[in-house]
Design a protein around this ligand. Structure first.
Ligand code: NCD
Length: 477
């Protein structure tokens, strides 16, 4: 498969999640960005006649301006809305209706929105490609493209790099998309969150179920408390790691940790999201990345990335350090987004080369969609499927993650539903007296055919549908 075929495959596609593009496709965007960067003026007419709608319903400087600059530099034009209060969404219009309307005006939509999964919904209704420029605390796939571009340019490759994610890993959406992409490209990821800001379970869980590596909890590692260094909460060891000893994941994680990191990815505390969660808005303290930290064992060779804006977590004294890549990273936003828009609009000039080999491309794990109505709700109140306007037409949708115990993952925001009981749909053919539910970890649960598996998030849900506890079975919860 040559690069032009890969590029053609991107035409017309949306990028709501980083997992919407394969590794080869992401690499193709990065190669395109490198080509744009080598002579931007060659691209000045590429998108002539095309219009991009730029909808930013949360604050933005870099992402919005770099997207709009990108489209203008491609010779296209931009229409924009930056305040939700100035759009019909404020009048109670649904995202789906807005998508249909804007999709009739523009050839491509770029949207930032506070609801998690909002870009996915818009992409399902717009009729034109949609790019997620940040959906609440969930994902920010184009920032990840800038991050990968910067890392690859600096390190020469992504496979095998070791990178520490530092700070607010809970609400930092850039970290979520980046974690998944790094895992897919075979990096080792060390999680160093501020207190109470660990990466959410749904982010970590995908590492094991979809990307095949091991997540080892920090508790199992030797951790020297070093002043000014955030402690390790967990480490992801890629299946590509030379240290991945199938039986000894803790030992390989320790070995990876002892080698230090090639890159440090720093984030600010996402105060606005903490406040929305009922936090009092007190500034959370975490150590400042400064000259001293960059001399600490494990960080002596690390380059520093940050999606920006910074607040106090990066000392200004390191701005002039050649290892500080964050301003260059922000500048890459224009060529990266130019390549992405040109590819999606099918206007990328032929002949860019893609370095990644398609033979070992990553393909998304094919989890089955859960099709039964057992009253399961996404537990994330910021999920688009839980918003009153959207509930008028949007149904809750989940993927069945075939693990023990089985889990349901929201198809919009990736949050997982805790499963309290399971049963088989074949029981609906039985008299009510014979309908039984079981513990999700029981051998009965394992024996149920996956397309017959009924999942309940509470015992009451099971019982209200006429199911009774399975014989001699203890069901927790
Ligand atoms: C990030 C964002 O909006 O998620 N900024 C960006 O797009 N470069 C990070 C942040 O706001 O902290």
């Amino acid at each position: 498969m040559n690069a032009d075929v890969i590029a053609a495959g991107i035409t017309g596609r949306s990028l709501a999640s980083i997992d919407d593009f394969s590794n080869v496709e992401l690499s193709c965007v990065l190669s395109g960005a490198a080509d744009v960067g080598a002579g931007m003026e060659r691209y000045g007419d590429v998108c002539r006649g095309k219009i991009m709608a730029s909808l930013f319903f949360e604050p933005s400087t870099r992402t919005r301006l770099s997207f709009e600059t990108a489209m203008l530099r491609l010779g296209g034009q931009v229409v924009s809305a930056v305040d939700i209060g100035a759009t019909s969404l404020a009048k109670g219009e649904t995202l789906a209706d807005m998508a249909r309307v804007v999709g009739g005006y523009a050839d491509i939509i770029v949207m930032r929105h506070p609801w998690e999964g909002a870009a996915r919904v818009v992409s399902e209704h717009a009729g034109v490609p949609v790019i997620n420029a940040g959906d609440g605390g969930h994902e920010h796939p184009t920032q990840t493209l800038c991050d990968l571009y910067t890392l690859k340019k600096d390190q020469g490759h992504l496979e095998g790099i070791r990178i520490a994610l530092w700070g607010d890993l809970k609400y930092g959406r850039t970290v979520h998309s980046l974690t998944w992409a790094l895992a897919r490209f075979g990096a080792t990821v060390v999680f160093r969150p501020g207190a109470g800001l660990a990466a959410p379970q749904y982010v970590l869980s995908k590492l094991a179920t979809d990307y095949g590596g091991e997540v080892v909890s920090g508790e199992h590692l030797r951790r020297d408390e070093v002043e000014g260094v955030l402690p390790v909460d967990a480490i992801y060891v890629t299946p590509h790691s030379p240290h991945q000893l199938a039986m000894l994941p803790h030992m390989s994680a320790q070995m990876e940790l002892d080698r230090g990191v090639d890159a440090l990815y720093v984030t600010r505390v996402q105060k606005e999201r903490l406040r929305a969660e009922g936090d009092d808005g007190q500034p959370l303290k975490y150590p400042i990345v400064n000259r001293r930290l960059l001399k600490t064992p494990g960080f002596e060779r690390s380059v520093v990335l940050h999606p920006l804006p910074r607040v106090d977590e990066l000392a200004r004294e390191i701005d002039s350090d050649p290892r500080s890549l964050y301003f260059a990273q922000a500048h890459q936003g224009v060529p990266v987004r130019m390549a992405l828009i040109a590819l999606i609009l099918g206007r990328m000039p032929a002949g860019i080369s893609c370095s990644e080999s398609p033979s070992d491309d990553w393909v998304p794990t094919a989890h089955m969609e859960y099709m039964h109505d057992t009253g399961v709700q996404c537990p994330n109140e910021r999920c688009v499927a839980n918003q009153p306007t959207e509930r008028r037409y949007l149904r809750q949708r989940f993927k069945l993650i075939d693990s023990t115990p089985p889990r349901l993952r929201c198809m919009y925001c990736d949050h997982e539903v805790e499963v309290m009981a399971v049963a088989t749909s074949e029981a609906y053919d039985e008299p009510t007296s014979r309908r039984k539910y079981h513990s999700p970890t029981s051998r009965w649960a394992n024996a149920i055919r996956r397309d017959n598996l009924l999942v309940f998030s509470s015992i009451q849900d099971a019982e209200s549908r006429g199911f009774k506890p399975g014989a001699k079975e203890k069901v927790s919860g």
